[in-house]
Design a protein. Structure first.
Length: 195
């Protein structure tokens, strides 16, 4: 009974190793495919690391079709694992910015602009603020927007315009306004504005 159990466990471990491929699943399939790319890599890192990277890239290219064929059980048992989950962080960085009369008073994670930060970063409110920034037509945008406008009017009684901006940026680039909402005196009705 020990031999069949050992064989079955070995096969299961091999399948899991092939499907998961820890450490190489983040490699691009096109890595070091051309001689030019290999020589540039060799010049930068040396021949030993070029051989190691090439072997890893070749293994990953061979692993992908096998992993797709064998990995069909993962969604059924909910055991799918992405080994590079926290490797690079989000590709798009999104921030909420609140402006009163054109002056920014709050921006997500900005130490200089912290108006009502304790509310926006609260664990119950933060998901709503993140959704408002992520989705231009989020269902909660009107309610959260009205709350922000009411609070800004209370804290800045002379305010004429309150603007809620969704700032998007790629890492290392300048943030731009993706969508925004504006409310102005005297009606203080929120209007959606694209860009």
């Amino acid at each position: 009974m020990k031999t069949p159990k050992a064989i079955i466990l070995t096969v299961v471990y091999l399948i899991l190793l092939i499907v998961a491929a820890p450490g190489i699943s983040f490699l691009k399939p096109s890595l070091l495919r051309t001689e030019k790319a290999r020589s540039e890599f060799r010049d930068d890192y040396g021949p030993f690391f070029e051989r190691v990277a090439r072997a890893a890239a070749d293994l990953h290219r061979a692993q992908r079709p096998v992993a797709q064929a064998l990995g069909g059980f993962q969604p059924i048992f909910r055991v799918r694992q992405s080994w590079h989950l926290y490797r690079d962080g989000p590709s798009t960085i999104r921030r909420m910015e609140v402006r009163v009369d054109g002056e920014p008073v709050y921006r997500t994670l900005d130490p200089a602009l912290r108006w009502s930060e304790d509310i926006f970063r609260n664990r119950r409110i933060r998901p709503m603020a993140e959704t408002l920034v992520k989705k231009p037509r989020a269902k909660n945008r009107a309610g959260l927007g009205r709350y922000i406008v009411d609070r800004a009017r209370a804290d800045f009684p002379d305010a004429e315009v309150v603007e809620i901006r969704s700032l998007w940026a790629r890492r290392g680039q300048e943030a731009t306004t993706h969508h925004r909402m504006i409310a102005s005196a005297p009606s203080w009705t929120l209007e959606d504005v694209r860009r």
